[in-house]
Every structure is written in structure tokens, then in C-alpha cells.
Design a binder for this molecule. Sequence first.
Ligand code: GDP
Length: 679
Amino acid sequence: MKVIGTAGHVDHGKSTLVLALTGIDPDRLAEEKAREMTIDLGFAWLTLPDGETVGVIDVPGHIDFIKNMLAGVGGIDAALFVIAADEGVMPQTREHLAILDLLQVSAGVVALTMIDMIRNDPDWLELVQADVSEALEGTALASAPIVPVSARTGQGLDVLKATIAGVLSQVPERRDTGKPRLPVDRAFSVAGFGTVVTGTLSDGALEVGQEVELVPSGLRARVRGLQTHKQKLERAVPGSRVAVNLSGVSKEQVNRGDVVALPGALRPTVLVDVTLRMVSDLAKALEHNQPVDFYCGAAEVEARTRLLGAESLGAGETGWVQLRLARPVAVQRGDRFILRQASPSRTLGGGRVVNPYPGRRWRRFRPEVLAMLRALESGDPPGIFVQALRREEPATYGQVLAASSLDKTSALDAFLQLVREKHVVVLDKDWVAPAAFDVDHETSPGVPSAESWGKGTISAADKQRVAALQSLLTAETWAELQQRLQVILAGFHRQAPLRPGMPREELKSRLQGKRQTWSLRFFNDLIGGLVAEGLVGDEGAVVRLADHEARLSSKQQADVDRLFKLFAATPYAPPTVPECIAAVGDDVFQWLLDSDRLVRVGEDVVFAPEIYEAMLQRILEHLQTTGSITVAQVRDTFGTSRKYALALMEHLDAKHITRRVGDERVLRKGGATNPSGLL
Ligand code: GDP
């Protein structure tokens, strides 16, 4: 379904021409609209000679004209540019032409109307035609055909319809990325139906019964009904003018400029990077930080300019600009917009949104920022995918997809290519690249090319696995994280050479920095990736550099040797914890525990591990033969004191090996089935 929009100076016969072409009076529809008596769109439609139905937008008023040109965010498909033959090119003719040019509306037909008024003067017609051609020169509409018509006599109308059909046949079909957007240009309520919104649908189809989200408010609603050109539909297609009956929201909750989208598919933004071209008759150059009005889709919002690559932008100049919007709007990469100044009211320029989610204020005059914007504008999917990932990372595949505004197939292609070329790193556990994908295309010419990935050679299951990926990074960030991790861990090991590694939580907060909070899932994937790279050892509670090994100084070693002599001298009544700490210090004592050189059984009591193991075996044997044991028996068996015997038995209780019954300990059920490995 395609849409054309009228343009041209006031009173040059636009509405009359639309009536003559379509049999529908747009002015009468406008009246009905004002009284909200109809849920029709207030737009006419035209059946072309080839049977195709085309929406025709014609609304009086200059601002309405701009909005109509922007309608459907991709812009109208073609302009019906109306110029009265008796008056020729007038000021608004030029202004509308300038706007069409800014929006790069290159498909169009000029209707040189009211030729009945100049019937007797072929010279005049020639003169006006030359005048019009001159005005079109150098604009996007330079090659638009000029068709003389009269709405009054009907002369030329058939030629005009055929010419419109010819021009539209050259216009590419609206893209369908499966992410429908309907910028709301009207919201009203209809008795018995409830809330109805209208707009031009783009990027995907809408269906009755679907749940939708209003962006930026985030309100959810359901599609109760759909209409296009007064016809009830189950499914509305991109490019068509649509009225949507919504349940779950009131008319008051919907604003002009809101966008109806699938839940979660669109994120509102207050910062947008754009490429901007100034009109050629700009009175005063656009300044940095200048207040402007931003028109995009059906939205109109105040904004301030941030000129990224120039001090100012003069007439006809083009530049990179970051716009800070006064309130959030839903826009996407590639959306066309117009900038105007409020008073005196005039068009300043227009262009395309290059990056809807810059996420932060760019510093001005930065070559890397300008290079990134150029990559985004060039529209190459891998470049766009990487830029989106760079803004979000670490990111899930779904987040990158949403931020990139790429369609699913281009995104998948781009992603697989980027992974293959090692620009993007996947850290998800168990991730294996799809089978068709590790193949070396140079040496295996028979296998599908990279271009065909995602277009059928990747299985549906593989597509799902890609869509579910959680932990993606750009290669640069991955390299940078490895570097930082090495610095952080090396520092930690230097400070605490005896500790086995850095506690996980501490490492996570150091690595992620202040600006981000990583999911635990991502952090674990990250550590997994680092282990696979051979960079770190994962000890569960702590993480260490792969080659880290606790080492004692010679003095510490001497202290430990001396302490262990004491342990050997009285193995069953060894030095207590405070005595150990006094002998070797806190750190070394902790290291002796961490490295299993001592086993702690109580607040004050530790044993050498082989002694602990031997005692445990003896106690278990005793329990198995006699059924129970007392603390006194333990004390006497090992010739130790009550303090050690009690600590050991309480330890075994706590480990669920024994159970206390009065003065005795008995074996817990299952407690002795695996006595080794209990340490
Ligand atoms: P708009 O403001 O561009 O929509 O212009 P209108 O369609 O309202 O037309 C302005 C005036 O010109 C009206 O009085 C029309 O009747 C008249 N008009 C429009 N088209 C023709 C035409 O082809 N021939 C003649 N003689 N008058 C026309």
C-alpha cells in the first residue's frame, strides 16, 4: 500500500484536485474530523488505472503539510506537487519544495492545474512550465514529470493518474522488518468502540488481537480492530493509513506523536544523532546549543542543537548534530525529520536520524565520534551491529537487535560475519557457532556463502540459539577487559600474595566500574571465557591469575617450619589457633587453612590434616563396632585433653557425621558412607 501527499501554495487547487481524482472531498473529511464524527482517517484514496489503491493525504495548513510529509516516518511514497498554471511558482511552492528536498522525497508528479484558466494562451503555459522546471532544478524532485490538468474540466486527469501510477511503480516496496510502528497523528474515542488512533503504519504489519505498547508512555493496550480506507481488516500492512481501535487505554492517555509498537520493540530517547542539511535560503547560520523544533514521525518536540563537527551551519551546509530533546520520543535510525524555528516560524533544515540511542553527550570535534556517525549513516549492517553493541555492551543479542534497528535477517548475517571475523565475542557458556559457519569459504567453495547465512542455511534451532545469546562484547572491549583484569588481579596478588585469589564479588565490582552493573550471568560467562583463554583460574569463591601460586618468604617459611615441628611433637594436642597466629601471623595462618595445610575443627582448635584424617577413621571404626562413643573415650583414645576431644566431636556433629545422644555420640544415618573426602 502506498501513500502520496499533496504539496503546493495555498489556493492552487490541491483539495479540488484530490476531489476530482478520488471523488472524496478532503475538506469535508477535515470537517468531520474536527467534529470527530467518523473513525475514518480523514484521508482520501485513489484507485489507479492498474487497480492499485493509493492513500492520498491532503490537509490544509503549513505545519500539517510538514507532518504529512513525515507521516509514516519513512515519509510519503511520492509527492503530488500542485502548481496553478495561472500563478506559477509562489513562495509556498518554493518552501514546500525545499522541505520535500530536505526529506529527500524524490518520487513525485507536478500537477500544473487550472489550465482551463489559461486555455487561450499556450505561450503562457510554456513559460510557466519553464519556470517550474527551473524551480525543481537541483532538488530531489528535479526529474518529476509535469502534467497540465484542470480539475474543473477534467482535462489531463487520466494522464495524471497514469503518471502517478508510473512514478509509484518505481518506488520500492515499504520495508517490513517485523517491527511495526504507527506514529499516532490523531487519537479520539468513538461511542461503542473506545479509543481509536490513526497514523501511517511502517516497518511491519499489525494484527487484530495483538498486544501493543504506546511509546514513550509504556502503556500496554490490545488491538481490537483495524481499518484502512474505511475497510475493516484483520491485518494492516506497512505503508497504509490505519485506524486502530485500542482497548486498555483511554483517549486521554494517548498523545499525538506517540508510537504504537510491539511491546519492548521500541525504546524512547531524548538524545539523537542526526545528519542535518540546512535550507539554501537560511537567513542566519544555525548555532551550537540553539533552541529548535524537531518534527519527526507525528511527533513535534523542542530540542537543542549540539553541533559535533562545526562551529555553525550556514545556508545549504550539511553537518553532524546531536539533538537533546525536551521530552522522550520514539524514533529509529533512518527516520526523516525537519527542524524549524518557532518564531518567526520558518524551516531551518532537515535530515535523517543516524543514531537514535547515542546514550550520552558526544564531545564536539572528535574524529572518532564523526567516524562512528559516518559508519552508521553508510548503513552497512555489520558496522551498525557493532556500533549498537558498543553502546550497550555487555549486551544480549536481543538488546543489540533492538538498539540497531536492523531487521532480523540483516542482523543475523551481520552478527555471524562479525563473530567469524572476530570483531564480536560471544562469552555464553556452551555456545558453538552454527555448523554452516565455521567453514572456510576460501578453501571450501561449495559451501554456502556468508551472504546466505540467516537466509535459510542457518537452521531455525540455530537462529533461536543466537537470539537467546546473553553475553556479547566487541573485540576491543574484550581485549580491554582482559588487560584490566590482569592489572587488577596482579595488584591483588601483590598485596596479598598468600591469598588464593580475589573474591568474585570484589572482582566483579572492580571490573565493571562505576557506570555499569553487570548481570551475574554475564560475569560468570566472562570468567568462563577468561578461563578458556588460559588467563585465570576459577576457584569458585575466588578468581586468580592462572599462574598465581601463594609463596612464602624465607622468614615466613622458617616460622611455618617451626610451627609444624610443634604439631609433630604433640599431634593430638597441637598448638591452638591463637598460638598458631602468634607464631606465623594472621596471613600465613589463613593461607595454611586455605591451602589445606591445617584443618580447623573449632574456634581454637586445628589439626594437621593427616592427623585429622587418622582420628576420624579411628572414631568411625569405634562407632561401627560399638555403636557409640563419648568425649572421654575420644580423649583417652588419642591421649589428648577434653578441649581437643570436645572440639573434634562438635565438629563431627556439625558435619552431620555424628549425632549427640545424652553424653554419647552415635553415627548419623548415612554419616559414615563416605568418610573420606569430608575434609
Ligand atoms: P487549495 O488551497 O490548494 O486546496 O485550493 P482549493 O482546492 O481550495 O482551490 C482554490 C480555488 O481554486 C477554489 O475556488 C477552486 O474551486 C478553484 N480551483 C481549483 N482547481 C481549479 C481548476 O482546475 N480550474 C478552475 N477554474 N478553478 C479551480
